[in-house]
Design a binder for this molecule. Structure first.
Ligand code: PLP
Length: 440
């Protein structure tokens, strides 16, 4: 990492901040993965970021492949976004009354995602997924929901669930503080398992409100739903009147302008989910998320319908300015082609370097989202992801970190390339990976 003669292993200031943080913030962080618990070591406290890089508290520059876990698709501090945010700030931070910018953002999202007639803006992906489920239950008058093992939809109580012991037993809470009654309606199925899906629908389809899926799951590193599986999900949801909800918090405007649903529509003609949950990129790094769907479903939300949902900061004027400027940039012709090519050059380069060193490696990517496993073959569900060698991944993570490359500090997370990453950044990253592969 050329700009950094001092190296990347100095942690004295990050460590001091971490110790200070731990006194006043549980675990020293405001979201668990930031604590580096999975990989060990000192989490880097970030001082500032620009383009494809951030600088830590010890003044070291890292190539950032997390980008705030997905939102920073243009890279940090894009000038057009900064200008829009600065202008918005001067006009007031929050009004709790409607604004033109919210309407414009809703219009722009709906214009780009064909399954949507309407959206409601909220402040986080968790809130969007939670609200979408309430709406699905309200719209169908049914209680049960189906999700898949390994998919993360935020931390609403009913979604913090792992599979029960069979199709007749519903989920078990994965967090303390979630009473069994709250998850008794959540059925957790294996991702990409058509047989289990069919059995579940024959048993519970007619009492199920919705099926929620991460179409390209970034919370199992990177695992795609197969086209056949996706097609069957769509067919069964239609047959049983179950609302099919795409959680595109991560994939929305990240894998393609029309999201993961547009990727599946290429293989399944006319494919559309009934509802979509979005976040991350649509706020460009500000707290902004959304859920949307067809008019008949969305008009059941308050104030029109009986499903309550609200938010003091929903549609915040600064967040919407940031989101609009971000959407404007990523809608320019060729944006996703260039982003996808950059991401692929990184992944194919790593794959080649691993092959040369005889290290097992498998990878997949779509647009600016990528994943890799130190395995011969890509896993297709959570159980297979769980079998991967986390100790080896942790060594890889720390080797890359020490060379100035910031990957996700956990095996179960996808990585993100931004439009600011250059061919040189990719080369530096590949050289670092090659060094690690040679060492093992
Ligand atoms: N859904 C998916 C697919 C996510 O990846 C995440 C967060 O990473 C969420 C929902 C929750 O979003 P938030 O962290 O904004 O609450």
């Amino acid at each position: 990492n050329t700009e950094n003669p001092v190296g990347h292993s100095e942690t004295s200031r990050s460590q001091a901040l971490f110790e200070r943080a731990k006194k006043r913030i549980p675990g020293g962080v405001n979201s668990p993965v930031r604590a580096f618990k999975a990989v060990g070591g000192t989490p880097r406290f970030v001082q500032r970021a620009q383009g494809a890089y951030f600088w830590d508290a010890d003044g070291q520059r890292f190539i950032d492949y997390i980008g705030s876990w997905g939102p920073m698709i243009l890279g940090h501090g894009h000038p057009a976004v900064i200008e829009a945010v600065q202008k918005a700030m001067l006009e007031g931070f929050s009004y709790g009354a409607p604004t033109e910018r919210e309407v414009e953002l809703a219009e722009q999202i709906v214009e780009r995602v064909p399954s949507l007639d309407m959206v409601r803006l909220v402040s986080s992906g968790t809130e969007a997924a939670m609200s979408a489920i309430r709406l699905a239950r309200g719209a169908t008058g049914r209680s049960k929901i189906i999700k898949f093992e390994g998919c993360y939809h935020g931390h609403a109580d009913a979604l913090l669930v792992k599979a029960g012991s069979g199709l007749a037993t519903f989920g078990n809470a994965t967090s303390a503080g979630v009473p069994p009654e709250v998850v008794q309606h959540t059925l957790v199925l294996e991702y990409n398992n058509i047989v289990e899906l069919e059995e579940a629908f024959s048993l519970h389809g007619s009492s199920t409100a919705c099926l929620m899926i991460e179409p390209i799951c970034g919370n199992m590193n990177f695992v795609r739903a197969s086209v056949l599986f996706m097609k069957r999900c769509r067919e069964l949801c239609t047959q049983y009147g179950v609302l099919f909800i795409f959680d595109e918090v991560m994939t929305g405007f990240r894998v393609a302008l029309g999201g993961a649903q547009s990727v599946y529509a290429k293989s399944i003609p006319g494919f559309k989910p009934d509802m979509t949950v979005m976040g991350k990129v649509i706020g460009g790094g500000m707290p902004l998320a959304a859920f949307g769907g067809t008019r008949d479903v969305m008009e059941q939300l308050a104030p029109l319908g009986g499903v309550y949902q609200a938010g003091t900061l929903s549609g915040n004027p600064i967040a919407t300015a940031c989101g609009l400027a971000t959407l404007h940039e990523l809608s320019k012709p060729g944006f996703y082609e260039a982003l996808g090519a950059r991401t692929q050059s990184l992944m194919t380069g790593m794959s080649a370097a691993a092959a040369k060193a005889g290290v097992p490696f498998s990878t997949d990517s779509e647009g600016g989202m990528m994943g890799f496993f130190l395995l011969d073959k890509l896993p297709h569900n959570y159980a297979a992801v769980m079998k991967t060698d986390s100790a080896l991944f942790n060594r890889f993570f720390h080797s890359m970190l020490a060379q100035g490359i910031y990957l996700a500090p956990a095996l179960f997370e996808a990585g993100f390339v931004s439009a600011a990453h250059t061919a040189e950044d990719v080369e530096i990253t590949l050289a670092a990976a090659t060094k690690f592969f040679a060492e093992i």
